[in-house]
Design a protein around this ligand. Structure first.
Ligand SMILES: [Zn+2]
Length: 109
C-alpha cells in the first residue's frame, strides 16, 4: 500500500528486533546472577499489553471512541480512518453509511 504504511512496518520490525536484543542481554544478565547463587527471573509487565499490542497491530480499539468523532462505531475505527480528510472532522451520517460503519455511542454535544 502506501509508503507510510511500509515505513511503519519497517520501524515496528526494527523495534521488535531491538527488544529481542535487549531481552537477550537481560536474560544473559539474569543467567549470570543465577549462576552466582541469586534467584532472579525476568518478568514482563502485562499491564500495558493491550495498548502495546493494539499499537503494533494498528487496529482500532473496540472500546475506545474515535478521537476525531468522539464516538465508537461498529466495526471500530480510529484517527487513521480520517486520513483522507484534509481537515479532520467527525464523520457525517452519510460518510458512516458509505464506510459501512454503525455509530454506537452518541456524540456528546
Ligand atoms: Zn472517527
Amino acid at each position: 500500500m502506501s509508503r507510510v504504511v511500509e515505513q511503519m512496518d519497517k520501524l515496528i520490525a526494527e523495534c521488535e528486533e531491538l527488544r529481542d536484543v535487549a531481552l537477550r542481554q537481560a536474560n544473559d544478565a539474569i543467567t549470570v546472577l543465577n549462576e552466582l547463587g541469586y534467584r532472579y527471573r525476568l518478568v514482563q509487565d502485562q499491564s500495558n499489553d493491550a495498548e502495546t499490542n493494539s499499537n503494533l497491530s494498528r487496529k482500532p480499539r473496540a472500546d475506545q471512541d474515535c478521537p476525531v468523532c468522539g464516538y465508537q462505531t461498529d466495526p471500530p475505527h480510529d484517527r487513521r480512518s480520517h486520513r483522507s480528510q484534509t481537515i479532520k472532522a467527525p464523520f457525517t451520517e452519510a460518510e458512516l453509511v458509505a464506510k459501512g460503519l454503525k455509530r454506537l455511542s452518541p456524540k456528546t454535544e
